[in-house]
Write a protein that binds this ligand. Structure first.
Ligand SMILES: Cc1cc2nc3c(=O)[nH]c(=O)nc-3n(C[C@H](O)[C@H](O)[C@H](O)COP(=O)(O)OP(=O)(O)OC[C@H]3O[C@@H](n4cnc5c(N)ncnc54)[C@H](O)[C@@H]3O)c2cc1C
Length: 296
């Protein structure tokens, strides 16, 4: 059982570089050691204090101006140093990406959102991370950079399990890219937690695109119901290309609740998660459909 010391008792070397070039040099130099990027620290420092995570080299990226940007020209491009609380204030996030807006607003208190970042939430790879379902629903990618080069990877493929990602030694996430939203699409986020701003018992994001009364395309993404955030692909297939009505939505919600594989843990039971998933998927599809201009 790890001890929460409330203070950092382990020794480590701390760097506060001012440029991305410096970060890449440090990551390359210490790629064979226990080296971690520090963004907001709202996950990392907690883990270091409970001493279940040993870090030798800590590289703070919060002072790097190249990573502190939000570009709204085409979709959304968000740098790795941008605090969550800045993202929730962007008008385009509120109006065009409501699932992301609602996901961020559901997280913790403002003090944590003033520190925490989207890449921190993604790289922490918790199955309950609240930005992850919306990002997967919107088809977002992370840009990974190292001395070896650059690559972009879908958030959906980046996280592989509890606390596990495909990031390699020497790499960091420099930005998150979210594609432009098509006209006639709608999205929504929903979360159940013990109290407001707590970690999710279950969370969910839906994105869909409407063509008349048909659902042209959709993603149904659930968190806290498996070892990583997952899409309910059989339920998505039931919705795609179909005329949307209340009976169909009820059928899709049932299918989604059958596809997930939740477990019993400190936050909830598998039984509750399965039952509530049905209700949440039904309600959230209805909201997304209405936001897409659809009628029921
Ligand atoms: C009181 C409290 C309440 C919370 N409530 C919620 C909640 O409701 N919902 C929720 O989802 N989370 C919650 N969290 C968790 C946390 O706030 C979020 O996961 C946050 O987004 C983490 O971002 P960060 O920048 O602080 O990450 P950090 O702690 O700095 O980093 C987390 C991990 O990601 C790595 N990392 C960070 N940035 C990069 C990068 N650019 N490239 C490569 N690796 C990187 C770090 O090395 C570390 O392994 C809560 C935390 C606290 C303390």
């Amino acid at each position: 059982m790890p001890t929460n010391t409330k203070i950092l008792t382990q020794e480590f070397e701390y760097f506060a570089p001012k440029t991305l070039e410096e970060v890449l040099d440090l990551l390359d130099r210490y790629k064979d050691k226990n080296t971690k990027i520090l963004a907001g620290g709202t996950d990392l420092l907690v883990k270091m204090k409970t001493i279940d995570l040993k870090v030798d080299y800590l590289i703070n990226i919060k002072d790097i101006s190249e990573l502190n940007f939000i570009n709204t020209d085409e979709g959304l491009k968000i740098g790795a140093a941008v605090p969550l609380s800045h993202i929730e204030k962007i008008e385009k996030v509120k109006t065009k990406y409501p699932a992301l807006y609602e996901g961020i607003k559901s997280m913790a208190a403002i003090a944590i959102r003033n520190m925490g970042t989207i890449p921190g939430n993604i790289c922490n790879a918790s199955p309950a991370g609240d930005t992850v379902p919306p990002l997967i629903a919107y088809g977002a990618e992370v840009k990974l950079v190292s001395r070896r080069g650059e690559r972009t990877v879908l958030v959906e493929d980046f996280i592989t399990g509890v606390g596990e990602t495909i990031i390699k030694a020497g790499e960091l996430v420099t930005q998150v890219n979210i594609p432009e939203i098509n006209k006639n699409s709608g999205s929504a986020f929903s979360k159940k937690s013990r109290v407001k701003a707590d970690i999710a018992k279950i969370n969910l994001a839906i994105w869909l695109e409407r063509e008349g009364n048909l659902c042209k395309d959709c993603k149904i993404v659930l968190g806290s119901v498996f070892t990583k955030v997952v899409r309910a692909k059989k339920a998505e297939d039931l919705l795609k290309g179909q005329a949307v009505n209340t009976d169909l939505i009820i059928e899709i919600a049932k299918k989604a609740s059958e596809e997930i594989k939740p477990i019993d843990d400190v936050r909830s039971t598998a039984e509750y998660r399965t039952d509530i998933a049905k209700v949440m998927v039904e309600d959230t599809i209805k909201i997304a459909w209405e936001r897409a201009g659809g009628e029921l």
